[in-house]
Design a protein around this ligand. Sequence first.
Ligand code: FE
Length: 202
Amino acid sequence: MKNPSRFRTFVAGFTRLIERAGSDESRIFNEGGALLADLVSHDDWLPPACAQPHPQYYQQYLLYCDPLERFSVVSFVWGPGQKTPVHDHTVWGMVGMMRGAEVCRRFSRPAFGKPMQASEPEQLLPGRVDRVSPAVGDIHEVANAHDDCISISIHVYGANIGAVKRHVFDAATGAEKPFVSGYSSAMIPNFWDRSAEVRAML
Ligand code: FE
């Protein structure tokens, strides 16, 4: 982790935004999206422990959770060819691409017993931010765009996302099942050890 101050600055900025914006989603998307775009256009701050792929499953490492659970920040690490099921979020979310690329397809709300309508696949490239929420479209399927390398995106959600009751869908039938994602690690990284810079000023 060469530049942990970048993430501390992001968390401070996002906390100030949430204080001001409350539940004003378009303001969170606009101003928070700019903060996230800036964060992911610099790939010099993510601890290696939160950039580790798993041979079978995409990984979700919690980087920070607001004490009032108004937002959380997660690194998503995609092994070659890995993808999510079709799923929803139930809260606002932003996906900032940092390393590699993702492919996303959006889905319509299911109508009982009918196949779900899917959008054309869209690529998310480094430095770009995608949005989800019940208001702007909440159901999608996301995959690593690469079959031969790892991709990493940084996600911000309007809740402690690992503990939110959500749904996965069978796109062929529209059937839904409840799911709670959890997190891939029991630990969160320490971005707040600033002792070296303070000692240097002794
Ligand atoms: Fe998602």
